[in-house]
Write a protein that binds this ligand. Structure first.
Ligand code: SAH
Length: 256
């Protein structure tokens, strides 16, 4: 989900409404969440975990199935937070899995309080280097960070896709450069792996297709809603055409 601070609050509400209708607000899958978790040492019942930019909690509920400790989701948008907490309740996880409204650059945790910081498809909102730098303070020594982030797979790529990303998220970079940023931010790079294409197609774009027609019908004549859906469709077309040049990569680091 992309942010643009110049858009009107009403339009933000439309974007939130659109993404509330699907289980995830970014590329990913339950299997990939568990794969990333497999690189992280066992967490106990006393573990304190934060899931930043958690959205409606698709990945958080998967984590909660494996991590016995407390998980706090943080998201900027109250509508996502409400849906997250309803999902947690439905799975009877509400005692230890809770979401609060907040910003990932102003976290409510104490220094060295957390055993794990999770962030799927959301660190771009404040930038990879900035996020990793800020979040380190809240982690215990030897605790982990796991984030998925848009990355280039090759040194060079067609101009059209380069231009698209320079407008959408100029922080996109190659995997070795991102790993170097992780290391410079004070973490041991434990693992990196590329999310398979179906995390974008089956789990993200196909889910949107199901809800797009209804969304357009409900907002007939609303130019923002029409442009927004057109943009999501364009983004999908680009992904299908240029997917060998970029994608999401999981980066897992251990605080030194
Ligand atoms: N992790 C979820 C959602 C990814 S979409 C998933 O993978 O499905 C990005 C999320 O970041 C959205 O839910 C958006 O509301 C949230 N977000 C944007 N800016 C934020 C900020 N500054 N602090 C916290 N969350 C933010």
């Amino acid at each position: 989900m992309s942010e643009n601070h110049s858009i009107h609050e009403f339009d933000v509400n439309l974007i939130v409404e659109y993404f509330s209708k699907i289980e995830r607000q970014g590329p990913g899958s339950p299997e990939i969440t568990l794969k990333a978790l497999s690189f992280i040492n066992h967490l106990s019942e006393n573990a304190q975990v934060a899931d930043l930019g958690c959205g409606t909690g698709g990945q958080t509920m998967v984590l909660a199935g494996r991590i016995p400790g407390k998980i706090t989701g943080i998201d900027l948008f109250p509508a996502f937070v409400d849906l997250f907490n309803a999902n947690a309740k439905e799975s009877n996880l509400q005692e230890r899995v809770q979401c609060i409204v907040g910003s990932m650059d102003d976290l409510p945790f104490k220094e060295e309080e957390l055993d794990l910081i999770w962030c799927e498809g959301a660190i771009y909102n404040i930038g990879f280097e900035k996020g990793l730098g800020l979040w380190r303070n809240f982690l215990k020594k030897n605790a982990y960070v796991a984030v998925s982030e848009a990355s280039w797979f090759t040194e060079e790529r067609p101009e059209k896709i380069e231009k698209f990303w320079m407008e959408a998220y100029p922080g996109i970079d190659t995997i070795p450069n991102k790993v170097a940023q992780l290391q410079k931010a004070g973490y041991i790079p434990v693992a990196t792996f590329i999310l398979p294409d179906h995390c974008w197609t089956t789990h993200f774009y196909d889910q949107q297709k199901i809800i797009q027609e209804n969304f357009l019908r409900e907002h007939t004549g609303n130019a923002f809603a029409e442009n927004f859906v057109a943009y999501q469709r364009y983004e999908e077309q680009l992904f299908r055409k240029y997917h060998e040049y970029y994608g999401y990569v999981f980066y897992i680091g251990k605080k030194i």
